[in-house]
Ligand binder design. Structure first.
Ligand code: FCB
Length: 466
């Protein structure tokens, strides 16, 4: 049994569901450009029509309510609000999010907006993107604009979603927009993302001091449980390196105001971190109220010298071509032989329990929320008109039980959001992966609640895993 005030919700992101990329003055984002570049996104899929949520949001909110979920995490598209990422505000874009928030509140669903879920205005990328310091300042301006409009109704703000993905898949491996493969730039992007987070947090707190509404600030990280294959010096060192590049590179500046010394050593041949200016780390260390944790699967790694059979190598962790791990390109990612989701990610819920317990121990007293967790499988509508997805239900059940185990072990876990409410555009995988607890018919946009969705609604309503 979960505590009665435990928060249950579902998550989405603007570019993955909204569609309507060319209406009401929306500017172009790096994901529009990336999708339009041949070979970057599977099937040549684009942000159109996604789940057409820009038009169908009322229907989708009705579904959230019907399922008994009291909380909805979504993201705000910067290019709708500021088409060029700076300067003039597009009121029509802000109006959309105001309608969304008001409708959520009318239906008794608490809004949890994220200000940045990867859709950087293309104009800012043209000016240098996240490796360029000015982007952090522009992000804080944009955050102020959104908070100015919605701050009287929204209490729970996240600045960034998964800055690891933004920096390392966007600027090191190039698997994500904007598709650059520049290791030094990716590390500068990390710093400017964190700086943008800190500046946005500051400005929102200042503005909030002027209104009486409660304000809780957070950031969402895809922190990871990283396990060495064997208890050898080489494998333990591989795990340390990946833990530094995946977890501590964000957690240590946010919580302790410094980058990890071992990380700085590991990447010293790539950059000297000269982009860190006096005062930046104090800004980044601005106190947080909550921390969001996105979890899908743990990583199993081995050192470069370890002889690993080909069938044990995990292509999804290491990637092909350019590496997302500057300075640790030769670490090997392995499969442990557990069942995998439709996307090839191994299912191991112990990774979530261990992660939450570790975060609580190393970064104490900060309320934690699982802000994303879920799985893609090949769903179809059956003859009875329903979507039977026992594997997803099982995945969710195992992970919700693991979250409960972490809670019992003392982790200050306050809530859980499933990824995702709707089938959507899974970034470079296009529409090939269905993560929703609600099925979306691509041709008609008809929604069908999957069996896992009804099951999850029951968990949310009762606080018990039945
Ligand atoms: C996370 C992203 C989210 C979704 C899931 C599957 O990394 O935050 O948008 O793509 O993975």
């Amino acid at each position: 049994m979960f505590p009665t005030d435990f928060v249950w919700g579902a998550s989405t992101a603007a570019f993955q569901i909204e569609g309507a990329t060319d209406v009401d003055g929306r500017g172009r984002s790096i994901w529009d450009t990336f999708c339009a570049t041949p070979g970057k996104v599977l099937g040549g899929d684009t942000g159109e029509p996604a789940a057409d949520h820009y038009r169908l949001f009322r229907e989708d909110i009705a579904l959230i309510k019907e399922l008994g979920l009291g909380n909805y995490r979504f993201s705000i598209a910067w290019p709708r609000v500021q088409p060029d990422g700076r300067g003039p505000v597009n009121q029509a874009g802000l109006d959309f999010y105001e309608r969304l928030v008001d409708n959520l509140l009318d239906q008794g669903v608490r809004p949890w907006p994220t200000l940045y879920h990867w859709d950087l205005p293309q104009a800012l990328e043209n000016a240098g993107g996240w490796p360029h310091r000015d982007t952090a300042l522009r992000f804080a301006d944009y955050a102020a604009v959104v908070h100015e409009r919605l701050g009287d109704r929204v209490a729970d703000w996240s600045t960034l979603n998964e800055p690891w993905v933004v920096a390392f898949l966007g600027y090191a491996s190039g698997e994500h927009a904007p598709g650059r493969t520049e290791p030094a730039a990716s590390l500068a992007a990390v710093h400017h993302l964190l700086l943008g987070h800190g500046l946005a947090t500051q400005v929102i707190r200042e503005q909030a001091a002027g209104n009486d509404a409660p304000t809780r600030m957070g950031i969402v990280l895809n922190t990871q449980t990283v396990r060495p294959l064997r208890d050898t010096v080489a494998d333990r060192d591989a795990a340390r390196r990946i833990d530094a590049l995946r977890n501590r590179i964000f957690l240590d500046p946010l919580h302790h105001g410094r980058y990890p010394a071992d990380l700085l050593r590991d990447v010293a041949h790539i950059t000297d971190f000269g982009f860190v200016r006096p005062g930046d780390l104090e800004t980044i260390q601005a106190p947080l109220d909550v921390m969001g944790v996105n979890f899908y699967n743990p990583s199993l790694v081995a050192g470069p010298a370890t002889d690993v059979p080909r069938d044990k190598r995990d292509a999804t962790g290491g990637g092909d071509g350019a590496s997302p791990w500057p300075g640790s390109e030769d670490v090997q990612f392995l499969l442990s032989g557990l069942p995998r989701t439709g996307q090839g990610w191994e299912v191991d819920a112990t990774g979530l329990r261990d992660l939450l317990v570790r975060l609580a121990a190393d970064y104490p007293r900060l309320p934690l929320y699982v802000t994303e967790n879920g799985a893609a499988y090949e769903d179809t509508v059956a003859e009875d008109g329903r979507v039977h997805d026992p594997e997803r239900r099982q995945y969710l059940e195992q992970h919700i039980r693991a979250a409960h185990a972490a809670l019992e072990a003392g982790a200050p876990l306050k809530g859980y959001f499933v990824w995702s409410l709707l089938d959507n555009l899974e970034w470079a995988f296009g529409y090939s992966q269905r993560f929703g607890i609600v099925y979306v018919d691509r041709a008609t946009q008809r929604r069908v609640v999957k069996d896992s969705g009804y099951w999850y609604g029951g968990v949310a309503r009762t606080g018990t895993v039945g």
